[in-house]
Design a protein around this ligand. Sequence first.
Ligand code: F6P
Length: 371
Amino acid sequence: MPSPTPPLQRIAISTGGGDAPGLNAVIRAATLSAVNRGWEVVGIRDGYDGLLLPEAYGEGGLIALTRERVRGTTHLGGTILGTTSRSNPARFPVKQADGSVIEVDRIDELIGLFRARGIDALIVVGGDGSLGIAHRVAQRGMQVVGVPKTIDNDLDKTVITFGFDTAVGFATECLDRLHTTAASHRRVLVVEVMGRYAGWIALNAGVSGSADAILIPEIPYDLEKVAQKVRQRAERAGDFTVVVVAEGAKAVGGRMSVVDKEVGQAERLGGAGEKVARDLHALTGKETRLVVLGHLLRGGSPTTFDRLIALRFGAAAVRALEEGRSGVMVALDPPTVNYVPLSAAIGRMKGVPLDCDTMLTARELGICFGD
Ligand code: F6P
């Protein structure tokens, strides 16, 4: 157990990276837990931009998080603080007089801004990118606790991230709806889902939503195998097929479909479903339609499961700060939550293990993975 530090008086919360249902529940739980200890809480707008861009935010870069401010927010999607996936204080883009852009490390300056505002400790709610930044801030002397968030569920050292269950639930509902129209028209329906380099959303929604084929980044596919499945179903089963494609899926020997890649930022994936739909049509001659669920998976109210773990994570983050912990991430380790070093959680993407029980179940149900 770490030795207790002087009592905290003021803490800050930052939400970074893509939003995920449950962020507001974390903010509410952390705020109430801290306020109940007599601490003051502020939220930083849009990641760290509220502090790093005073010319844009003025005095409005910090939001006072009070009991009243977080009331009625547990069920709301998005984040009341705002977020950004385009601004990293370790590689902050600064425009030069000649119009060129250079990247500057502003982490020490950020810590100075925390100190100047009387902020003793920080809770960072984010995915791998934001938690990587949190790790660097902690290494330079700020007390920091991370909370794992992402619909992709690709963070290591926690059984699950919040946001994932909501995304899977919505994708499954979409598959249910698409089944009836696919069956009525005897079509092939290709459904692309997010998940970046991991197939968790595609796998869990695909199995729950009775997909006939699921293509995930962890298994490069041979589309002829999927075409065989389509032909078999035309002969033996209903003459329609539902194919779930993770945005990171790629053909054997092929590449992931990337929309764009800006300097210093994560590449944006997209187009995997379109390719599968086009090529499957060419291989089977079947009428094929494509649905890209995209950012719909990030919206809406968190499920009960996501709300509860988000609330538990928020409260656990405050307990960790009170115990003097720093450089750790709250992790779900059923039946409890525990703390793992940020250094052990970041930079190691958690993909779908090919021998996991859900994969075995899918195979036994006859779902095709294109292999
Ligand atoms: O990490 C969450 C996620 O929604 C991924 O599934 C997806 O690839 C990416 O973010 C999309 O990012 P953006 O919102 O920047 O388009």
